[in-house]
Design a protein around this ligand. Structure first.
Ligand code: ATP
Ligand code: MG
Length: 578
């Protein structure tokens, strides 16, 4: 509201200026007419001085109020932008994995950056200038018509055309800028992929291909930019042309009227200033209209996302008094989407509390999918999964997930210190000392390596710091779950990049550490399953074998074959070493 008041005040002071100038001019003309021999008398010069100061004063006041209005409105629009952005991000994090698979990352990102920005442009600048020009318009036109009706009509005639042209041109500019934005996205993703895949590009000697690819898109970008430049170049000349025409009309028709004596020379000067004053608002009408249109489109896209409900809704059961954390699969069927093939087929099994089980199977057999189903990252189509005899959908999602410590197959580490990466899995009120951290690292055989890093636990990982090897990442991922105390531990193939000796130590450590806990270890390697209470073998989503290590070897099925293959490879290796 303050903003609107400031706009009006600022415009009122702006409008005084031409009137003062007119009076001053008329005084001079009258003076010249009355005494043919031109000589400055003191009365006139002090009058002119007075007018000059008045104009200056008005300009100053106008400026002050303009400052206040920008302050109020721009600040307000920034605050709204902040809220909107926070709301969208928060909503994103509530949505399930399927949403992120459906929508491209670029799209998700542009909602939170570009679309929010467009809405802000509407709330801030567009609103500001829109309102500004309306008040200015009303005041200027009112004064113009009061001074001379027909002269006003003629001078204002070209202005609507100007408005329309600017609207069209702005739209064109925005369209082309949008194309440029998209192309820029293509360009950056090529560059980015090139950098992250630099090893493979270099090793296959494909630098030239990438340069060509980049060159092609770069050329496209440059063409699009040229297109924009052409439209841009038209913008100001067309504006000035129309203003010129308006001024010309004013002077011509006004001149005729001065002859007739209906208007004074001062009036003409006043009108010319009015026209110049109207230039900006009139062009802004077109500009604002175009921004409002885009903001509307952006708001619609934002709302589309905000209206997306997560498919996986949280239940009410919090598991407070739960004693037995048995996991049961009953005739479970699952596929990722309607068209694709089933990934889990009629699977039934039960993992008792405190049991240590392994899930093995060839690549693509559905092991990781099974793990994600236990965490309820996806909902199953048929059958049911229960934890502690409660169906998973009945569980409160955050309680369900906090009963399970999960190490995903591809451990993700944040670009942060080692300490913070481990602490990440702790609750807010939990803390862990450096000594305890080092102990955790020791149990995955990583303490010495971390001590060798330049800053120890404070070493930053990822883009801003050092890069860990595959095995180091996996072991850090395991150490992270060690910091948590939960009834169930679920480790997905997290030793695949670790050497055999370290692997055995870590598996032994797992058995000791999680003696009283449920441990589910997903793996390719038969050697890891020796001391397990039970082993489940998956093949194409079907549970094909189950039993202890000895039973399965006895059984001479898939498990046995995998075992033979593994021992053969091991033997070959040891022969090579000797
Ligand atoms: N997010 C997904 N969307 C669609 N299909 C998927 C998705 N994830 C996995 N699949 C498919 O589901 C099947 C099982 O994949 P899954 O990752 O569970 O196998 P896995 O046993 O963990 O294999 P690996 O040992 O290589 O890790 C595969 O055919 C895979 O193509
Ligand atoms: Mg997997």
């Amino acid at each position: 509201m303050w903003g609107i008041l400031f706009i009006t005040l600022s415009n009122l002071f702006r409008i005084f200026q031409p009137q003062l100038i007119r009076e001053a001019l008329d005084k001079i003309v009258a003076y010249i007419n009355s005494s043919p021999e031109v000589k400055l008398n003191s009365q006139l010069s002090s009058d002119l001085m007075y007018f000059g100061l008045m104009v200056l004063g008005c300009a100053l006041l106008m400026g002050v109020f303009m400052y206040f209005m920008r302050q109020t409105i721009i600040v307000m629009s920034r605050l709204i932008e902040y809220d909107l952005r926070k709301k969208i991000f928060n909503h994103y994090l509530q949505l399930d994995l399927a949403f992120f698979k459906r929508n491209k990352t670029g799209d998700i990102m542009s909602r939170i950056s570009e679309d929010v920005n467009k809405v802000r442009m509407y709330l801030g600048p567009a609103f500001l200038y829109g309102f500004n020009l309306i008040t200015l318009f009303i005041i200027v036109i009112f004064t113009m018509f009061k001074v001379n009706f027909w002269l006003s009509v003629y001078t204002l005639l070209p202005l609507p055309i100007l408005s329309f042209i600017i609207y069209k041109v702005s739209n064109l500019i925005h369209q082309r800028s949008a194309q440029i934005q998209t192309q820029l996205g293509v360009l950056t993703s090529i560059a980015q992929e090139g950098f992250s895949g630099i090893r493979i590009i270099k090793s296959f000697h494909k630098e030239r291909d990438w340069v060509q690819k980049f060159d092609k898109e770069s050329q496209e970008y440059s063409n699009l930019s040229m297109n924009l430049a052409k439209v841009d170049a038209m913008f100001f000349p067309s504006m000035f042309l129309l203003i010129g025409i308006s001024t010309l009309i004013t002077i011509y028709i006004g001149g005729l009227d001065v002859y007739k004596g209906t208007v004074t020379a001062g009036n003409i000067a006043e009108f010319v200033i009015y026209i110049n004053m109207l230039t900006w608002p009139v062009s802004a009408i077109g500009w604002c209209a175009s921004i409002i249109q885009q903001a509307e489109a952006s708001q619609k896209r934002i709302n589309e996302f905000l209206d997306t409900e997560p498919d996986i809704l949280s239940g009410n059961y919090k598991g407070e008094d739960l004693k037995n954390y048995e996991i049961k699969f009953d005739q479970v069927n699952f596929k990722y989407d309607d068209e694709s093939d089933p990934v889990i087929v009629d699977l039934s099994m039960s993992i008792k509390q405190g049991e240590h089980v392994a899930i093995v199977g060839r690549t693509g057999s559905g092991k990781s999918t099974l793990a994600e189903l236990i965490l309820r990252m996806y909902d199953i189509q048929k059958g049911q999964i229960t934890l502690g005899s409660k169906n998973l959908p009945e569980w409160n999602l955050s309680n369900l997930r906090s009963t399970i410590s999960y190490v995903p197959q591809d451990v993700f580490l944040f670009s942060d210190t080692i300490r913070n990466n481990i602490k990440f899995c702790l609750a807010e009120d939990q803390n862990i000392s450096d000594e305890e951290l080092m102990k955790l690292l020791e149990s995955v055989g990583m303490d010495q390596e971390v001590l060798k890093f330049p800053e120890g636990l404070d070493t930053i990982l990822g883009e801003r710091g050092i890069t860990l090897s595959g095995g180091q990442r996996q072991r850090l991922g395991i150490a992270r779950t060690y910091a948590r105390d939960t009834p169930i531990y679920l480790l997905d193939d997290c030793l695949s990049a670790v050497d055999a000796g370290t692997e055995e130590k870590i598996v032994q450590n797992l058995h000791q550490r999680f003696d009283q806990k449920t441990l589910i270890l997903i793996t390719h390697r038969i050697s890891q399953t020796k001391d397990m209470d039970k082993i489940y073998v998956l093949e194409n989503g079907l549970l094909v074998e189950q039993g202890t290590y000895e039973e399965l070897i006895e059984n001479k099925g898939i498990f046995y074959k995998m075992h033979l293959l593994e021992s053969a490879i091991k033997k070959e290796k040891s022969v090579e070493l000797n």
